[in-house]
Design a protein around this ligand. Structure first.
Ligand code: HEM
Length: 450
């Protein structure tokens, strides 16, 4: 399974047929999760389809995914679709840059995500969560995703900028939201980048609004250096030639981290709360663990090793509802995967959503069962049967940050509140860059002990 191995067949893999121009995109947009799941179940471990931008290969076997993301990763780039979607907002940040620029900047940013640096954020995470919980009223109904979006934005912003930026949270949140909504446009997918579609104009305006805030924060920090935050690291680092990062490069990385580290973590929490609302027994077991270990104390970094069930819940939730439901790559040179030739420039799609629900790896895959995450089970899984944070050199830089946040926030919230789904709440997710709910998740909250 490499570019040196000849293909076993010269045919294209089987797959769903599409319409002229839009290919299979309309079928995908109508029912994205159903479409990608049916494609895997009907056509097997590699499926072929025509998309508006060309050929697409959906890989459904963990070994094929490991080949692309890890073993032969040097032959793959994120590609034009990914670039076209993200770069209008993130510029040349590490989420979408490639080659030497990506390598240099990933290397420069990595120290800010060192495990010891991440641990230093624990207290800030629980403090901001308790601040939110102080505003909650027993018996009220909350829009949970809205709450989690605000909270995780405050957390990632505090980690980035080191200071309270509450006054800027609203314009940042609005700009990121407008951008994420505009990325869903089919017109942008079909029309060349030179055509100023309404959504492209919205992205440009959102970027302007965000840049005003971010450049101001960069300037303020240059004038008053800090020590424990990501922005300070970015301002200090130099490469092997002694060159530091320019304001524009720092802007691209800051916006990238805001975008990548905000909605994803909010989703992981919202979706966990939703699924806990559906599984009261799991919630009760979680609360028993929290009461036993914390006895009402605010959870700390040190407590986490004593909270294995909390971690199992976070893992199982990201299996069933991966916040990033699928990722794409583009081969630079032709490759052979599963006995088929994948031409250079085509798109390879790998869906966490599909693989995480494959009955070959997960017994009763649609069941939410945190107990399945034993050490033995993890060791028995094919490496890439679970990849919420991707894998290989382009693996999520914020994975530890996100897991820390998920566990601490769940522990802080659930030891204080029991949360109940309202009868009208239905989970219907979009499959864009992230799996965001189409409508609000509302939950009635009950203070424990009242
Ligand atoms: C539950 C939360 C999160 C999930 C599920 C998640 C998932 C992912 C995935 C799947 C990728 C790979 C994307 C691709 O290959 O196209 C990625 C990349 C990335 N993530 Fe995360 N992420 C999360 C949280 C975070 C946080 C908290 C940060 C930073 C504060 C972050 C920053 C990044 C960056 C910068 C990249 C690009 C890395 C590179 O290409 O070198 N993410 N994330």
């Amino acid at each position: 399974m490499s570019s040196d191995t000849p293909p076993i067949t010269n045919e294209t893999p089987p797959g769903p047929s599409g319409l002229p121009i839009v290919g299979t995109r309309l079928a995908f947009l109508r029912d994205p999760f159903g479409f990608m799941t049916r494609t895997a179940r009907e056509y097997g471990d590699i499926a072929y389809m025509e998309e508006p931008h060309g050929s697409m290969y959906q890989l459904n076997h963990p070994d094929y995914i490991e080949h692309v993301l890890v073993k032969n990763n040097q032959n793959y780039v994120k590609g034009d679709i990914f670039q076209g979607t993200l770069s209008p907002m993130t510029g040349n940040g590490i989420l979408n840059s490639e080659g030497a620029v990506w390598r240099r900047n990933r290397h420069l940013i990595q120290p800010a995500f060192h495990p010891r640096r991440i641990e230093a954020y624990a207290e800030m995470m629980t403090e901001l969560t308790e601040e939110l919980l102080d505003t909650w009223q027993d018996g009220e109904t909350r829009l949970i995703h809205e709450d989690m979006m605000t909270l995780t934005l405050k957390i990632v912003a505090r980690a980035l900028f080191g200071v309270n930026i509450d006054e800027h949270v609203e314009p940042i949140a609005e700009s990121l939201e407008e951008f994420m909504e505009a990325t869903e446009s089919l017109a942008n997918m079909v029309l060349p980048p030179s055509i100023p579609t309404p959504s492209r104009r919205r992205i440009r305006d959102a970027r302007k609004k965000l840049d005003t805030v971010v450049y101001q924060l960069i300037e303020e920090r240059r004038a008053n250096p800090g020590d424990q935050d990501v922005l300070s690291t970015l301002l200090e680092v130099t490469d092997d030639d002694g060159n530091g990062m320019t304001n524009e490069q720092i802007r691209d990385e800051v916006v990238t981290l805001l975008l990548a580290g905000h909605e994803t973590t909010a989703l992981s929490l919202t979706l966990t709360m939703y699924v806990l609302g559906e599984h009261p027994k799991v919630e009760r077991k979680l609360v028993a663990e929290l009461d036993g270990v914390l006895d009402g104390r605010t959870p700390t970094m040190e407590d986490l090793s004593e909270l294995p069930y909390t971690e199992q819940i976070a893992k199982e939730s990201m299996r069933l509802y991966p916040p990033v439901p699928g990722i794409i790559r583009e081969p630079v040179k032709p490759d052979i995967v599963g006995g088929y030739e994948i031409p250079a420039g085509s798109t390879v799609q790998m869906n966490q959503w599909v693989v995480h629900r494959d009955p070959r790896w997960y017994d009763d895959p649609l069941a939410f069962r945190p107990e399945r995450w034993t050490d033995e089970f993890e060791q028995s899984l094919p490496k890439l049967a679970y990849f919420p944070f991707a894998a290989g050199p382009r693996r999520c830089i914020g994975d530890r940050f996100a897991m820390l946040e998920a566990r601490l926030l769940l522990a802080t919230i659930y030891q204080q509140y029991h949360m109940e789904l309202t009868p009208e709440t239905e989970l219907d997710l979009m499959a864009t860059v992230t799996a965001r709910p189409k409508s609000e998740i509302s939950m009635t909250i009950h203070h424990r002990g009242d």
